[in-house]
Design a protein around this ligand. Structure first.
Ligand code: PMP
Length: 285
C-alpha cells in the first residue's frame, strides 16, 4: 500500500517522515486504531472513532478531528489505495517536542498518521476451512490501563511473543486472582452449555469493537444466552468452546489451550452460529 496520510497530506509511504523527538517514538505517547474494510465498507467505523476519541481524551491529546473529518480522511485513503480489503491504521501521537521530558509539553501539535494494509477476504463461517487457533495462558503482566488503546504495546508484544516462540497463535491472560482478562491482541469468549460468556469491561481489557458488535448481534439476532461476567481459568479450561475476537479475526475458534483440546478440537456449533450472524449483521452497527 503506497499512499499514506501524515499531518494533513497524502504522500507516498517512502516520503513520510517524522522526527525522532516525536513522543510517540520516545514514550509510546499516543493512541491508535485499526479498522477493517471490505470493498470500501468499514466495519464498526463510528465505534472505532469513538474509542479513538476516548483514548485521546484520556491522554489529553487534542487533535481536533471530528468523526466527519476522520470519515473523509479514511475515504480518501481507501480511494488512493484501491479500496480492496484493507485494514486502516490510524495513529495520533502527542507530537514532537524539542527535548525528552516526561510531562506533557504545552503548545505542541499532535502527529496524525494513517495508512492501510491489505487484509484477507471476509472471514468465512465454515467449520472445515476456518482457522483453528492454538493458545497458551499466562499471568497478565501488562499495565493497569488496558482500556486505553495506547501505542505503547510492549506488554502486549511480549505476551504475544510467548505464544509465537512456541509456534502458537495467541497468549490468553489471567489477572492475579486467575480470572480471564483478554488475549495479547484479542478479546476472549467462552461457551459452556450453549451460554456465551465474556469478561465485563474494566481497566483490565480493551473494549474491543468486535466484542461489542458480537454482543449486540447475539443479543438481537439469536436466542443464545449471553453473559458479561468474570470468567475463571478453570472455566476456560473446561469450556465447550473458546473464541478470540478482533477486527481482523472477527470470531475465531480456539481448539487448544496449553496443549489440551477444547471441545472436540474443531470450531464448534455455537461458533458457527456466532460467525454466521457476525458476517450477516456486522455492517448494521
Ligand atoms: N484486546 C487487545 C489487547 C487488542 O489489541 C485488540 C485489537 N487487536 C482487541 C482486544 C480486539 O479489539 P477490536 O475488536 O476492536 O479489534
Amino acid at each position: 500500500m503506497s499512499v499514506v496520510y501524515l499531518n494533513g497530506q497524502f504522500m507516498p509511504a517512502s516520503e513520510a517522515k517524522i522526527s525522532p523527538m516525536d513522543r510517540g517514538f520516545l514514550f509510546g505517547d499516543g493512541i491508535y486504531e485499526v479498522i477493517p474494510s471490505y470493498g470500501g465498507r468499514c466495519v464498526g467505523f463510528t465505534s472505532h472513532i469513538k474509542r479513538l476519541q476516548q483514548g485521546l481524551a484520556a491522554l489529553e491529546i487534542h487533535c481536533g478531528l471530528t468523526e466527519q473529518d476522520w470519515q473523509e480522511l479514511v475515504q480518501q485513503l481507501m480511494m488512493q489505495n484501491g479500496a480492496g480489503n484493507l485494514g486502516i491504521y490510524l495513529h495520533v501521537s502527542r507530537g514532537t517536542d524539542t527535548k525528552r521530558a516526561h510531562a506533557y509539553p504545552k503548545d505542541i501539535s499532535p502527529t496524525i498518521f494513517a495508512y492501510c494494509f491489505e487484509i484477507a477476504e471476509e472471514p468465512d463461517a465454515n467449520i472445515d476451512t476456518a482457522p483453528r487457533y492454538k493458545v497458551i495462558t499466562a499471568p497478565d503482566l501488562r499495565w493497569q490501563r488496558c482500556h486505553i488503546k495506547s501505542t505503547a504495546l510492549l506488554g502486549n508484544v511480549m505476551h504475544h511473543q510467548q505464544a509465537a516462540a512456541l509456534g502458537l497463535n495467541e497468549c490468553i491472560l489471567f489477572d492475579e486472582h486467575d480470572f480471564l482478562t483478554e488475549g495479547s491482541s484479542t478479546n476472549v469468549f467462552i461457551v459452556k452449555d450453549s451460554v456465551v460468556v465474556t469478561p465485563p469491561l474494566s481497566h483490565k481489557i480493551l473494549p474491543g469493537i468486535t466484542r461489542q458488535l458480537l454482543l449486540s448481534i447475539l443479543r438481537q439476532h439469536s436466542t443464545l444466552k449471553v453473559e458479561e461476567r468474570p470468567v475463571s481459568k478453570n472455566e476456560v479450561l473446561a469450556a465447550d468452546e473458546v473464541w478470540l475476537t478482533s477486527s481482523s479475526k472477527e470470531v475465531a475458534a480456539v481448539i487448544e489451550v496449553n496443549g489440551h483440546a477444547i471441545g472436540n478440537a474443531k470450531p464448534g456449533a455455537v461458533w458457527l452460529q456466532a460467525q454466521q450472524l457476525f458476517g450477516q449483521y456486522k455492517y448494521n452497527y
